[in-house]
Design a protein around this ligand. Structure first.
Ligand SMILES: NC(=O)c1ccc[n+]([C@@H]2O[C@H](COP(=O)([O-])OP(=O)(O)OC[C@H]3O[C@@H](n4cnc5c(N)ncnc54)[C@H](O)[C@@H]3O)[C@@H](O)[C@H]2O)c1
Length: 404
């Protein structure tokens, strides 16, 4: 018998994943839960979903095996906990949560229940991250020395539309989410390559001045005035990293997420429009643009509905470094997005629940990607005071890991 997946939230991002869950050969059916009744019936109709629910509570009472959460970013911690406590395996779009308490509770819940929790980290399957992970595993970097990772996404590049889509007249309350509460696209690139953890962080914030008033103490739920935050991190392998999470920045690159890594033997550098490998061997400079370029995605149904600033990130196929042969054959002519990552994330989750083996982005790694940012924002509020990053441990020895 195949899996029954319940998708929570029928917003812009969920609609990129529903058809992939439906097309996966190990999935029997997909149900949909959404609190906005018009949106529920529109999206259920569009994807031919007959089983619908008006709330998370109702979805939790249903017989779905797993819940895939695509609600707004500030709701993820409580929604994931509710799903796990109802006995459902849980996939959640990033971030895992924005409080240490919720992260701790999710890790404890997964530990005691034996359920699968997976964070939907798109950066994990970006070409640059895959390339660096492979070369790091082969020893080509030597020891990790220093990394730079950044998620540069100006508010005007689709974020106004994205936050207004569900935020109504109160949209600014959520749009002013502290940038470091959404750190996982950058943190995961570095830490999923090295396997290390952040141990200490110091962060500074840029006090926003824009007339839209999104990042102001009196306009959002977190009393947050920072639109850009920069953190310096110490990692458990003795390395150093600089993270930028910018939401107000005059910048356009081929991507919005960037990685550079320097090791004692070799280095990878990614710029706005190109990337290279270089090493300790004199004159070794290898251009990587052809290798890492992603193909256009198969056209998405209704893709013009997406704000222009989001379309390029949402819709992109695989590069030559993606191990696409491991994907179900039926995915080949399906849409993909975020630099080839969507199809891999769906397959990871479905395979892990079916085999009861941990996916790469399991709860303990999700904590590793998320917690440095939560502490970084606290540091920014204290004008850069260096703070320790709590360690939420590793999965127990009883767990097998998915072989991909
Ligand atoms: N690269 C990435 O990983 C990436 C990219 C885009 C979005 N995201 C994440 O995906 C998530 C969703 O983004 P989006 O743009 O689709 O948001 P959205 O606002 O378009 O959709 C969220 C939907 O969840 C529904 N919802 C909220 N609470 C609910 C509940 N209790 N029960 C049922 N439905 C509920 C809302 O009504 C809304 O329709 C965000 O958290 C965002 O961070 C990640």
């Amino acid at each position: 018998m195949g899996l029954k997946i319940g998708v929570l939230g029928a917003g812009m991002f969920a609609t990129e994943f529903i058809p992939l869950f439906q097309a996966h050969p190990l999935v029997d059916s997909v149900a949909l839960a959404e609190i906005n009744p018009e949106r529920l019936s529109e999206i259920a109709g569009k994807f031919g979903i007959s089983e619908t629910y008006a709330s998370l509570e109702a979805l939790c009472r249903s017989d779905v095996h797993a819940i895939a959460i695509f609600t707004q970013r500030h709701l993820h911690g409580p929604h994931a906990l509710q799903s796990l406590r109802a006995g459902k395996h849980t996939y959640c779009a990033v971030p895992m949560a924005h409080s240490l308490e919720d992260v701790r509770a999710i890790v404890e819940e997964v530990t005691s229940s034996g359920l699968i929790y997976m964070t939907g980290e798109t950066s994990y399957y970006y070409p640059s991250t895959i390339y660096c992970r492979d070369r790091f595993a082969k020893g080509d970097f030597g020891d990790f020395v220093y990394g730079e990772a950044q998620y540069l996404h100006d508010m005007s590049h689709g974020f106004y539309d994205a936050f207004q889509h569900s935020g109504g007249s109160e949209w600014k309350q959520v749009a002013g989410f502290p940038p470091m509460y959404y750190p996982t696209h950058s943190v995961s690139m570095l830490l999923s390559v090295t396997g290390a953890k952040a141990t200490h962080v110091s962060c500074l914030g840029y006090r926003d001045r824009h007339a839209d008033g999104v990042f102001r103490e009196d306009s959002n739920l977190w009393r947050n005035a920072f639109s850009n935050e920069t953190a310096l991190v110490r990692t458990s392998d003795g390395g150093m990293a600089r993270l930028n999470e910018f939401r107000r920045v005059g910048w356009s690159g081929k991507n919005s997420v960037y990685l550079s890594m320097f090791g004692t033997l070799g280095s990878f550098e990614e710029h706005a429009d190109s990337s290279i490998w270089t090493s300790i061997v004199p004159d070794d400079i290898q251009p990587l643009d052809d290798l890492l370029r992603t193909a256009p995605s198969i056209a998405h149904d209704g893709e013009d509905a997406l704000p222009a600033g989001l379309r390029r990130d949402f819709h992109s196929g695989v590069s030559r470094v993606h191990p696409k042969e491991r994907l179900p054959a039926g995915f080949e002519n399906m849409p993909n997005g975020h630099f080839g990552s969507h199809q891999f994330l769906v397959d990871d989750f479905v395979q892990s629940v079916t085999q009861m083996k941990l996916p790469p982005n399991h709860a303990w790694n999700a904590a590793k990607y998320c917690v440095p940012g939560i502490v970084a924002h606290e540091s920014a509020l204290r004008d850069g005071e260096q703070l320790p990053v709590p360690d939420f441990g590793e999965p127990g020895a009883q767990w097998e890991h998915l072989k991909l």
